[in-house]
Design a binder for this molecule. Structure first.
Ligand SMILES: [Ca+2]
Ligand SMILES: [Ca+2]
Length: 641
């Protein structure tokens, strides 16, 4: 009986498949999104988007099923699509449903099996992020090529493959990334965020992943679904977490929802969508003005406001209208589908401030209703504290945000001299602004990322400032995020293609190898060893990120902050002057009264050697203090009594 049933299912699938137009690939006659669902989900409905690729749908029915029925079968504006709402009773068993899709021409329906799976609780075992985590950000096309056979895939629009070109495919994939998780863990990372891995079947620059063309398909050049599932399992086996990059604001113009949307209301574009050119670009769409102030400005012109939210991010990416309730439901279910299928632990949400803001509330609330421990952080690329606060306060179910304010503060502190409001004082005042935010410990802090120049370039390849920045990153409040390659001094300052450079050793035949240390320059090896030292220090001192935090106003170009709990106090001293400086011991009172004698935990430069002119003898006279070398950072540990 069982065999008979499977043979029957096989026949059904064969019936659904029609020969495709390109290179013998198969195109399904009927496509259903999401491709499967689960029983026992907290919400008991799922809205299927049923598309008939070759005809107009008349109706969709369901063969008798256990505890499952069609609640609503709604035609979309586009006759190729129906929205079909299934009600799944809480006690319904896992089963394969049979949908009958009737089109307007043939008498017989197309039979579509639809699987309702049992949920796998092990997929939810690592969910969430907190301030003990550290994220490693990877451009998957540029990290490691674990499988050269998937570098080019026949039938996909982009066939480029040239590692010397910043905007062409390089062949990196999830298999390569999975093979190097121990290296990533050695940097103190507990979570990996990859730039988007979903299909980007765009004619050019598809490597970056932000022009998604299929919301349910892992790009085959990254290894497809199975490679993503294996990667998730490998991360979880090491106690690490998977951060998925979600892009609700836009998708690539090659997406079927641009060429043939269920409803013209799904996208923010003019009627009769214009054709795309050979680069996948649409001539002169309304581009967003990037003026996020329109969201809170009491005097904002309505046209400016509409252009900000509904304008396209770039001319190769369609702006999505999440105000369409079916479109919104599609995006919500898509997010839940990836969490449930793969065991995603956190979302980084691209261009958070550009989609419809009430949709984002609906989206993040729906995700947390199913997964209370899940972590969602936004890319809210803002330039002042009140905007940072605004985009958090608008979204009570947003867990955290990439901290662009601190990113800017680091640029000020490490690239510019200290002044009354600038340099270290800017950094100090930025941290003081934490009073504005709920849970600033959930902010994701970073020195560089995939959009901005490499940190080592920003500090003009100054090793002292590099170490100072990295040491601050690993001990700052929030969840630190390290951009791959920064640990081996990658230095591209501008140009996205160049910044997202291939990781040393990720390709067969690479002479330089960050994973083994082979042929790294002395400076690169030193940087890598230093980052690992920081990783060990952060692991050994859980007070960092979880204890109470104090900071001291900069004085003589010296800035200090400390983490403390009953166990210990870790003091971080930063000297941005060209002189040996001290931090007056009396400023630590009364805090240090509860702690024993300090010991040096880390010194980026030994204070006694680097003394220029002055020296400890000069300034310790009458004033007790802790010395810090010029442009140095020193950490002390005070044990609890
Ligand atoms: Ca590959
Ligand atoms: Ca938008």
């Amino acid at each position: 009986m069982k065999n008979g049933r499977w043979a029957f299912l096989g026949l059904l699938i064969a019936l659904m498949v029609m020969p495709g137009e390109a290179f013998g690939t198969k195109v399904l006659k009927v496509v259903v999104d999401p491709p499967n669902w689960w029983v026992g989900m907290p919400g008991n409905t799922v809205e299927l988007l049923v598309e008939h690729r070759f005809g107009d749908i008349q109706k969709v029915t369901l063969e008798e099923a256990q505890g499952v029925r069609i609640f609503k079968d709604e035609p979309a504006q586009n006759p190729h699509y129906h929205y079909v709402t299934l009600v799944i009773e809480p006690q319904a068993p896992a089963q394969t449903l049979q949908l009958n899709v009737y089109d307007t021409k043939s008498k017989r329906p197309t039979l579509v099996p639809y699987v309702l799976e049992a949920r796998d609780p092990s997929r939810r075992s690592h969910m969430g992020l907190d301030s003990r985590d550290l994220i490693y950000l990877v451009t998957p096309d540029r990290f490691a090529n674990g499988n050269p056979s998937n570098d080019r895939i026949r039938g996909l629009a982009e066939q480029s493959l040239d590692r010397s070109q910043g905007y062409e495919r390089h062949g990196g994939d999830l298999e390569g990334l999975t093979a190097h998780l121990d290296f990533i863990a050695s940097l103190g990372a507990t979570a990996v965020w990859t730039m988007p891995i979903l299909e980007n079947d765009m004619p050019r620059a598809s490597y970056h992943g932000y022009a998604i063309t299929n919301h349910y398909r892992v790009d085959p050049r990254f290894g497809g679904f199975s490679a993503y599932a294996d990667y998730a399992d490998a991360l979880h086996a090491k106690g690490m977490k998977l951060v998925m990059d979600m892009v609700p604001n836009h998708f690539g113009t090659a997406h079927r929802f641009y060429q043939n949307p269920p409803d013209s209301n799904w996208i923010n574009a003019w009627p009769g969508q214009p054709k795309t050119d050979k680069n996948g670009e649409v001539g002169e769409p309304l581009i967003t003005n990037h003026r996020y102030a329109t969201m809170y400005d009491p005097y904002a012109a309505p046209s400016d406001k509409a252009q900000f939210t509904d304008g396209w991010f770039v001319s190769s990416m369609v702006d999505v209208n999440q105000r369409d309730r079916h479109c919104a439901q599609y995006l919500v279910q898509n997010a839940i589908w990836w969490i449930e299928s793969i065991g995603v632990d956190a979302f980084r949400v691209d261009t958070w401030i550009y989609p419809d803001q009430s949709f984002l509330n609906q989206w993040s609330t729906a995700i947390h209703a199913v997964y209370p421990d899940f972590f969602i952080f936004s890319e809210s690329w803002v330039h002042n504290e009140h905007s940072q606060q605004y985009f958090l306060d608008q979204h009570p179910t947003l867990d955290g945000a990439a901290d662009f304010m601190m990113y800017q503060a680091w640029k000020e502190a490490l690239e510019k001299p200290t002044s009354w409001n600038g340099g270290l004082n800017h950094f100090y005042m930025n941290l003081a602004a934490d009073y504005l935010y709920r849970e600033p410990e959930n902010f994701v802090v970073f020195l560089d990322n995939h959009d901005e120049g490499r940190f080592f370039a920003k500090v003009k390849e100054d090793k002292d400032l590099y170490k100072m920045g990295l040491a601050m990153l690993y001990t700052m409040r929030g969840i630190p995020c390290l951009f791959y390659g920064t640990e081996v001094l990658m230095r591209a300052e501008s140009d996205h293609g160049a910044m997202r450079q291939d990781m040393f050793g990720g390709w067969e035949g690479d002479t330089k190898n960050a994973f083994t240390g082979e042929n790294l320059t002395g400076d690169e090896a030193e940087a890598l060893a230093f980052v690992r030292e920081l990783a060990d220090l952060r692991t050994a001192h859980p007070v960092i990120g979880t204890g109470s935090l104090r900071q001291w106003a900069p004085y003589d170009d010296v800035y200090a902050y400390a983490w403390y709990n009953e166990e210990e106090l870790v003091l971080v001293l930063v000297n941005r002057s060209e002189m040996l400086q001290k931090f007056a011991a009396k400023r630590l009172h009364p805090l240090v009264a509860d702690y024993g004698q300090p010991e040096i935990l880390l010194e980026t430069k030994p204070a006694h050697v680097e003394s220029k002119g002055g020296g400890p003898a000069d300034w310790t006279e009458g004033v007790q203090g802790y010395p810090i070398a010029p442009n140095g950072l020193t950490m002390y540990r005070f044990p609890g009594k």
